[in-house]
Design a protein around this ligand. Structure first.
Ligand code: SAJ
Length: 414
């Protein structure tokens, strides 16, 4: 009986977004009793009815099974439990003079809410990508609010590492880093993750774990910036960047990533700034990579405007609006930025094909942008701009593209 008690815990997951919801439902399907907490009444109701509010392959099946088993329910505030997982957003703070400073207010608010129901021996885990020192700050918040819990609660950081579009598989298969405010916190968190994680679990301190997560995403950002810079150099020389990359990657120690219209999503376009913000003098390369990737959408817009310059009332169609292939997520999407800028700067008719959304964001609709099907786009467009490499676009018959100008930022029709 003791074993059963230790293995299956009562767990509260704070935040039911792209990380919290998959984690909560995974834990529930492994036998834990999970309460998912979100500030949105709509999200809570949707989940309690066994449905989901985000697009992610197989998440619907997992949530339905978690809710139907009776092991998971959603609520608007935390209840007493053994373990609390914080998976809330860490966006930028709106500040004059430093627009890229991290906003940890959602994490702090979640920590305060959790502190009010904590008991001695409880474990609090931060999953949100956070600036160095945030996990220690959570412990401070708990002790400020509940001084009697000093030295009696465990606090650890276990940064999420899952790739949107493959979250369910990666949640189980990826290796994890767990950094505790002390060794026993890290060890206690490992007990929980080992109930659903097949990957290796590496223990460290909380500050190293926080920086490790930021470094992973910065590493990818720097490498994508390299590819994006190459694409602009090649364009000036009329060299096919895709051919170039294919060839250089034949070298045994070279692996150039893929250029695109810019870097989006709530992770890679955001997290490197947390390092730059904390180390403004030292983080030169990380800052430059961010600037290169942030400049790429404007370069694409210029290219499209140049192509449209001589045309009379052209129809410009952008393929894709999400930040990457086969997801519906528009956060920090370079495609969204490009379409917005085109609608503002060009007198052309601007259309979008985006199979993962049913209506355009209000800002685009108000700007006269039209959401069309791929068949309408092939029939009506003068300029076709590939912004996202969705599966549906890869199978377009090249014959249908012959009469139009094609600007393919993703190289899908090579
Ligand atoms: N991109 C390129 N070229 C490439 C690869 C990506 O232009 O060769 C672009 C994508 O189109 C997209 C952006 O970069 O706009 C980011 O996409 P991604 O697929 O590289 O990564 P994310 O943001 O979906 O997820 C990342 C992952 N981090 C790393 O791969 C190091 C994931 O493992 C993290 O869990 C996630 O960030 C997160 O939540 O932090």
């Amino acid at each position: 009986m003791k074993f059963m008690h230790n293995r299956f815990q009562k767990i509260v997951v704070m935040g039911l977004g792209y990380i919290g919801l998959p984690t909560a439902s995974m834990l529930a399907t492994k036998g834990h009793h999970v309460v998912g907490v979100d500030v949105s009444r709509d999200i809570v109701d949707t989940i309690n009815s066994g449905n989901i509010h985000i697009v992610e392959p197989d998440l619907d099946i997992l949530v339905k099974s978690a809710v139907n088993s009776g092991n998971m329910q959603a609520m608007m505030s935390p209840v007493e439990a053994d373990t609390f997982i914080i998976a809330v957003p860490t966006p930028f703070k709106v500040t004059v003079g430093n627009p890229k400073a991290p906003d940890v207010s959602y994490v702090e608010a979640a920590a305060k809410a959790v502190a009010s129901v904590l008991r001695p021996g409880n474990l609090v885990i931060l999953e949100s990508t956070s600036p160095v020192g945030t996990t220690e700050r959570i412990y401070e918040i708990i002790v400020e609010q509940r001084p009697e819990l000093q030295g009696l609660v465990y606090v650890a950081h276990c940064p999420e590492r899952v790739l949107p579009g493959h979250i369910i598989r990666e949640l189980v298969d990826n290796d994890r880093i767990i950094g505790g405010i002390d060794r026993s916190s890290a060890e206690k968190a490992r007990e929980l993750y080992s109930t659903f994680c097949n990957g290796s679990i590496y223990l460290s301190d909380s500050r190293t774990a926080e920086l490790a997560k930021l470094v992973e995403n910065s590493y990818r950002d720097v490498n994508i910036a390299f590819a994006n810079e190459l694409s602009m150099i090649c364009d000036e020389q009329s060299i096919d960047v895709w051919e170039l990359i294919r060839l250089v990657n034949k070298h045994p120690r070279v692996n150039v990533l893929r250029p695109g219209p810019g870097v989006g999503g709530h992770c890679i376009a955001v997290d490197p700034w947390f390092i730059v913000n904390a180390f403004p003098e030292k983080a030169q390369l990380i800052r430059t990579a961010r600037e290169v990737n942030d400049a790429k959408p404007h370069w694409v817009v210029d290219k499209v405007l140049k192509a449209a310059f001589d045309m009379v009332n052209p129809v410009i169609t952008c393929l894709g609006l999400s930040y990457k292939s086969d997801v519906d997520d528009l956060r920090e999407s370079p495609a969204l930025e490009i379409v917005t800028e085109l609608a503002e700067k060009s007198s052309a008719t601007v259309c979008v094909v985006e199979p993962h959304i049913s209506c355009l964001p209000d800002s685009l609709a108000a700007g006269g942008v039209r959401l069309v099907s791929i068949d309408e786009a092939l029939a009506e467009s003068d300029i076709m701009v590939v912004l996202v490499d969705h599966r549906d676009f890869r199978t377009v018959d090249p014959e249908g593209l012959k009469r139009m100008v094609v600007i393919d930022t993703r190289g899908i029709w090579k």
